[in-house]
Ligand binder design. Structure first.
Ligand code: CP
Ligand code: NVA
Length: 307
């Protein structure tokens, strides 16, 4: 039987994703009451990172510890992967030892190749194309503050990047409407938009996107791997900062989210990210709880199950 991977949000059904959000909220409440649920005893997570990380690494590692398991940090640079051992071989070897693997890397294709040769579930911990784990935390955070995100109006302001792509998938799976405002030339990939199934509107006007939105979100203008484009992008993204004036156009009780790390004074003003509508610290914390729910789900025994 093929393992259940999590390479994008579209790998799981709406029902499953909604259950994960509810389970994340439950796990969080249990933890706050001092009752960390030890459902992953003896399980080991291998974590391959080809890009930097603070939140993703720490939340997965702490999550495994809290659930009675263990995580191994594998830097692409320090393993044989960095010296050219084929992905296929690495996947076969690692998946004979660990119970589940996450990868943060550049190419979605490389992640898919690795997953195709792994005997155990593989999690996308960010690629150039998608960041699905972050979306679990984002939806959990919205739900905790305002109730279910289904039917809500979400505004994406900025680059049509990996986070934007995962918001498109989330719009489909969680049933919200997403308006994306990017500068010309920075639109999300057409094949990802096509999967948006009518849940997504594209425009080039941040005001149009923010108007009456229940949730406003953004991300850095230059993602990891695009550092050399920083200066050009600062010019191209002029007018796309989420500031107090833009938030004033959103619904009165709108929330602000940012996956972090953030660049104050570029994609978001200090007043917004540090202001009363921002729930970015809850969002960062929720990486821990949402991913614990994900790990538990992917590691559950599916012997005899139709899934
Ligand atoms: N948001 C996020 O994935 O953060 P890190 O890059 O620190 O893991
Ligand atoms: N778009 C950003 C997200 C970081 C969590 C990047 O890929 O660098």
């Amino acid at each position: 039987m093929q393992p259940q991977h999590f390479l994008s949000l579209l790998d799981l059904s709406s029902d499953t994703l909604n259950q994960l959000i509810l389970r994340a909220i439950e796990l969080k409440a249990e933890l706050k009451q001092g009752k960390a649920s030890q459902t992953l005893g003896q399980k080991t997570l291998g974590m391959i990172f080809d890009k930097s990380s603070t939140r993703t690494r720490v939340s997965f590692e702490v999550g495994m510890t809290q659930m009675g398991g263990h995580a191994i940090f594998l830097s692409g640079r320090d393993t044989q992967l960095g010296r050219g051992e084929p992905l296929e071989d690495s996947a076969k070897v690692l998946s004979r030892m660990v119970d589940i693997i996450l990868i943060r890397t550049f190419s979605q294709q490389a992640l898919e190749t690795f997953a195709a040769h792994s005997q155990v579930p593989v999690i996308n911990a960010l690629t150039d194309a998608f960041h699905p784990c972050q979306l679990l935390a984002d939806v959990q955070t919205y739900h905790e503050h305002r109730g279910p995100i289904e039917g809500k109006k979400v505004a994406w302001i900025g680059d049509g990047n990996n986070m934007c792509h995962s918001y498109i998938n989330a719009a489909v799976r969680f049933g919200f409407h997403l308006t994306i405002a990017t500068p010309k030339g920075y639109e999300p990939q057409p094949e990802v938009v096509k999967n948006g199934n009518g849940a997504v509107t594209l425009c080039h006007d941040p005001h149009q996107a923010a108007s009456a939105a229940d949730l406003v979100t953004t991300d850095v203008w230059a993602s990891m791997g695009q550092e050399e484009e920083q200066k050009q992008r600062e010019r191209d993204f002029a007018g796309f900062m989420v500031d107090e004036a833009l938030m004033a156009e959103a619904a009165e009780d709108a929330l602000f989210l940012h996956c972090l790390p953030a660049h104050r004074g570029e994609e978001v003003s200090s007043g917004v990210i540090d202001g009363s509508q921002s729930v970015v610290w809850d969002q960062a914390e929720n990486r821990l709880h949402a991913q614990k729910a994900l790990l538990e789900y992917l590691l559950q025994d599916r012997t005899g199950s139709a899934e």
